[in-house]
Design a protein around this ligand. Sequence first.
Ligand code: 5SP
Ligand code: CO
Length: 217
Amino acid sequence: MKIAPSILSADFANLERDIKVVEAGGADYIHVDVMDGQFVPNITIGANVVSAIRPTTKLPLDVHLMITEPERYVEDFAKAGADFIVVHQESTLHLHRVLQMIKNAGVKAGVVINPATPVSAIKEVLSMVDLVLVMTVNPGFGGQAFIPSCLTKIEELAAIRKECGYDYEIEVDGGVVPETAALCAQAGADVFVAGSYVYNAENPAQQIELLKAAIES
Ligand SMILES: O=C(CO)[C@@H](O)[C@H](O)COP(=O)(O)O
Ligand SMILES: [Co+2]
């Protein structure tokens, strides 16, 4: 089980401090939410910021691209030091090509589906990805409520992985708190993104501990 704090809820004026705090607190990945104001109704950060935070941590950077036609920026994020580049099925007409571009750049490739997108929409690429991200809220903002109907998609992905011998990680993102993390773990999730639960608290390290305890239980 891995915890990936989302720096979307960190203090953007103190990103280095907020990354180091979760690294010391037992985080496994740093989740970076990239939004373009087109694919989602919010704008966050670009490859320059990924480049700037790269030297601040040894943890893998899990870069979640919420941008239209991500193929235009794969190279930039790879050069910036992303360890995972995760693209939305809904954001491109050429999903297979984008995933291939990510792999050719030497970066782990992930695919993500929105709450309204079924697992069948990514069936053809499951054999080539290192990570599948199941959005458990609609993308665009932190602090939204978990959508329980997404749980069956986690179960489905875990069953396909077992049946076909694939080795992707199953990640969940949105509304992750101890109660919902436990449900996702039960369904078969391996990586838990948490933004507001970790950062909108006095002690982010303690929040990570609480999430881990809930998942293990
Ligand atoms: O990708 C996204 C939002 O689109 C996320 O990674 C959020 O940052 C999760 O925030 P919380 O729901 O955990 O507050
Ligand atoms: Co995200």
